[in-house]
Design a protein around this ligand. Structure first.
Ligand code: IMP
Length: 197
């Protein structure tokens, strides 16, 4: 199946493509008249509500175009840090853009635990229904920013399922197999009809 991913983030598209191509799906970025559609992220909502809102907005935008019958994917993610009681969570994007990664490192008290998890909800519009998948990647927040790959909080997140490197030090292939996004997409893929359909 061909899945159109409604996101402006090319890293997310390549991670999704990496995972879903092995499950028999093709992933392309959703472009409407050659443009990435602008989707509004409802504020102060959980990531599930945001993911569903984004997929419904994208679906509305393809109605009446040649993409009307397409399978549409949207997702929302957040970083939840235990010692900050789940902060930044649904505010991850705002926090990254304001205090940034070094601001987060300063917020964690030096003596406290560094456990954290990334969560993703992936939402797919398929034949009139919305299917959702959840993915969690547990790990710890590093003491320093490390790595040039990936995006967002990758350079300060060390997944438990890895080898001690931050996600920012992993290729997108390595990251996609253990990541929250990869897991959410696998779950959604299992809910879709078999790829041969
Ligand atoms: P959104 O899902 O694009 O709204 O992302 C929310 C925030 O989490 C943004 O600051 C992203 O940069 C960050 N983020 C989302 N997914 C990841 C990831 O896989 N790695 C690192 N940061 C991420």
């Amino acid at each position: 199946m061909r899945i159109l991913f409604a996101t402006g983030n090319k890293h997310k598209v390549s991670e999704a493509s990496e995972i879903l191509s092995h499950l028999g799906h093709e992933v392309d970025q959703l472009l409407i008249h050659g443009q990435v559609p602008e989707l509004i992220e409802p504020q102060a909502e959980g990531i599930e509500e945001v993911a569903i809102s984004k997929v419904m907005q994208a679906r509305d935008l393809v109605i009446g175009t040649e993409l009307e019958d397409s399978i549409i994917l949207a997702e929302d993610s957040g970083l939840f840090i235990d010692s900050l009681r789940g902060f930044p969570g649904p505010f991850s994007s705002y926090v990254e853009g304001t205090i940034g990664l070094s601001g987060i490192l300063h917020l964690i008290p030096p003596e406290s635990g560094r456990e954290a998890e990334f969560r993703t909800i992936a939402a797919v519009y398929f034949e009139g229904e919305i299917l959702t998948g959840t993915g969690i990647c547990s790990g710890v927040i590093s003491r320093e920013i490390s790595g040039e790959m990936g995006f967002g909080y990758d350079p300060i997140f060390i997944p438990h399922d890895g080898d001690g490197r931050t996600c920012g030090e992993m290729s997108s292939t390595e990251k996609s197999y253990i990541s929250h996004r990869g897991r959410a997409l696998k779950e959604v893929s299992e809910l879709l009809n078999p790829p041969s359909k």
